[in-house]
Design a protein around this ligand. Structure first.
Ligand code: SF4
Length: 137
């Protein structure tokens, strides 16, 4: 599955959950997306939930922004760099982001960056329609 297809399908899943949460305030919605609650109430939202495993092993992991609005991806690649195709970048050049370099490709590695999982960041960019968050950046 390409990244853009994944964003589309994940966003639709996200919006289906939001339909159920119409009566909650924004803060209550953000609380609902805390990892522990999501594992219990939305077991199909993330494949890791079935193993009760976190994508980042931290306390207070919030899953509202599973994808990061600062992440930029091109399915066909942005440009060639030293014989490799650059497929993804961080638009804010986070100090916790890295490059994953293989023989033919360069990808943004976000495994050490916690920006999109913090509730402070989620509150800053919050929209009830998940796609609107990504269209603003
Ligand atoms: S490095 Fe952090 S801020 Fe940058 S795209 Fe990845 S998760 Fe988002």
């Amino acid at each position: 599955m390409s990244y853009s297809s994944w964003v589309k399908s994940h966003g639709e899943k996200h919006n289906r959950i939001m339909e159920k949460l119409k009566d909650l305030s924004d803060d209550e919605v953000i609380e609902y997306f805390r990892f522990e609650n999501m594992v219990e109430k939305e077991p199909d939202f993330c494949p890791l939930y079935k193993k009760s495993k976190k994508c980042h092993d931290i306390e207070n992991l919030n899953c509202y922004l599973c994808a990061c609005p600062n992440f930029r991806f091109s399915d066909s690649g942005f440009r060639e760099v030293d014989g490799r195709t650059l497929y993804s970048i961080c638009s804010v050049d986070s100090e916790d982001g890295r490059e994953a370099v293989s023989q033919k490709a360069i990808h943004q590695d976000c495994s050490l960056c916690l920006i999109p999982h913090s509730e402070e960041f989620i509150r800053d960019v919050f929209r009830r329609d998940w796609f609107e968050i990504f269209n603003r950046f």
